[in-house]
Design a protein around this ligand. Structure first.
Ligand code: ASP
Length: 328
C-alpha cells in the first residue's frame, strides 16, 4: 500500500528563478527529500508531477484530471491521496474535489506559506502531516481534507484567512475537524458526507458555463450587473452581512433571478445569510422573495464552484436550490 502524491506547484515547490522572485520548480522528489520523518512512514509515496504553476493558473479541468488519476491510483492499491499546490486557490480546489470524490480513501490537499528559500519553511511539515493523514484509517470517509499547520480541515468549510501567516487556513464556521499530534491523526468530529454533485461535468461544458461573482460594496451603483444575463448563466452575490444589498440593486437582482440562478451569500467570511430577520428593500428576506437562492453557510468562492458545476450538468432550478440547501 502506497500514498499517491500529485504535485501542482505553488509556494511549497518554489525556488529562485532566472529573474527576481521565486517560481515553482521543485519536483515531488525534491519535496520529499526535504521532509525528515517521511522515510519512517510505512507507506511509500508514489509521485506524479502534474504541473508546476502558481495556483492562480489552476483550472477545474486540471483538477478533474488529478481526481481521475487519483481514482486510478486508488484502484491500483494506493491507500490515500496527497496533492501539493499553491495556497491561493486551495480552498476552491479542495471544495471541488470534495464534491466529486466518492471514495472512502482520504484525499488530502496541502501547500506552504513560506517557500523553501526562507527561514522556517512550513512545506515539509505540512507534507509530512498530509501524508500521515492520507494513510490513516481514522481519516477515511471524510471526503477531501486540507491539512495545514498540523490541523485537519473539512474541504467544505476551510478558508484561506491570511495572506502570509503559516496559520492561514481556518474553518471559521466549524473549526478544524482534527489535528495531527506527535504524528498521530486525531479526528475530533466526523461531519456526515454531503451528497456531492449529481453527475460528471465535462471540461468543455464547464468552460462554456459562465458564472459571475459580484461583491456588493458601499455606495454600489450595480453598473457591472447590467447586461450580465447576456454573457453569463449564473450569478453569485456576495452581499453585506446576512445577505443585504443597496435598495436600488434589489430589482436588478430580481430581474436577473428571473433569467438565471442567482445565489445569495455573505461577503463577511463566516456565518450564514439570514432568511427572515430584516424586511427592508434589499434585505435578505426581500431578495429571497425576488427569487434569489439561499446560499446558507457557503462562502462566495465555493458557491461559484458549485453553481458552475450544477449549471454545466444541466440541473434544474429546483435541483440547484436543493444542492445549496445542503449548506444551510
Ligand atoms: N501564490 C502562491 C500560489 O498560490 C501562494 C502559495 O502557494 O502559498 O501558488
Amino acid at each position: 500500500m502506497s500514498i499517491a502524491l500529485f504535485t501542482l506547484g505553488g509556494t511549497i515547490s518554489m525556488a529562485g528563478g532566472p529573474s527576481a522572485g521565486v517560481v515553482p520548480r521543485l519536483t515531488g522528489a525534491d519535496l520529499m527529500a526535504a521532509v525528515p520523518g517521511l522515510a519512517e512512514l510505512d507507506r511509500p509515496l508514489e509521485v506524479q508531477d502534474v504541473q508546476a504553476v502558481p495556483s492562480a493558473n489552476l483550472t477545474l479541468a486540471t483538477m478533474l484530471e488529478v481526481v481521475d488519476a487519483a481514482a486510478q491510483a486508488i484502484a491500483d492499491g494506493a491507500t490515500g491521496i496527497v496533492v501539493t499546490q499553491g495556497t491561493d486557490t486551495l480552498e476552491e480546489t479542495a471544495f471541488l474535489v470534495d464534491q466529486v470524490w466518492p471514495h472512502p480513501n482520504p484525499f488530502v490537499l496541502t501547500g506552504a506559506m513560506r517557500n523553501p528559500t526562507l527561514a522556517g519553511p512550513d512545506g515539509p511539515a505540512n507534507l509530512l502531516a498530509a501524508a500521515q493523514v492520507a494513510c490513516s484509517p481514522a481519516a477515511r470517509d471524510l471526503g477531501a481534507l486540507v491539512v495545514f499547520n498540523d490541523q485537519i480541515h473539512a474541504a467544505r468549510w476551510v478558508r484561506k484567512t491570511h495572506s502570509t501567516s503559516t496559520a492561514a487556513f481556518a474553518s471559521p464556521n466549524a473549526g478544524p475537524i482534527g489535528q495531527v499530534v506527535e504524528g498521530q491523526v486525531r479526528i475530533l468530529t466526523r461531519p456526515a458526507r454531503l451528497d456531492g454533485v449529481p453527475a460528471r461535468a465535462e471540461p468543455a461544458e464547464l468552460e462554456a458555463t459562465k458564472v459571475a461573482l459580484y461583491t456588493v460594496t458601499l455606495d454600489d451603483d450595480g453598473l457591472l450587473l447590467r447586461g450580465l444575463a447576456d454573457t453569463h448563466q449564473g450569478l453569485i452575490v456576495a452581499g453585506y452581512g446576512v445577505g443585504h444589498v443597496p435598495a436600488a440593486l434589489a430589482p436588478v437582482l430580481g430581474e436577473l433571478a428571473a433569467r438565471m440562478p442567482v445565489v445569495l451569500t455573505s461577503r463577511t467570511g463566516a456565518g450564514s445569510i439570514a432568511r427572515n430577520t430584516y424586511g427592508s428593500i434589499g434585505s435578505e428576506s426581500d431578495l429571497l422573495k425576488r427569487g434569489l437562492i439561499d446560499g446558507g453557510f457557503l462562502d462566495p468562492y465555493k458557491a461559484r464552484i458549485l453553481l458552475r458545476w450544477l449549471l454545466a450538468t444541466g440541473e434544474s432550478l429546483d435541483e440547484i436550490t436543493a444542492a445549496f440547501a445542503q449548506h444551510h
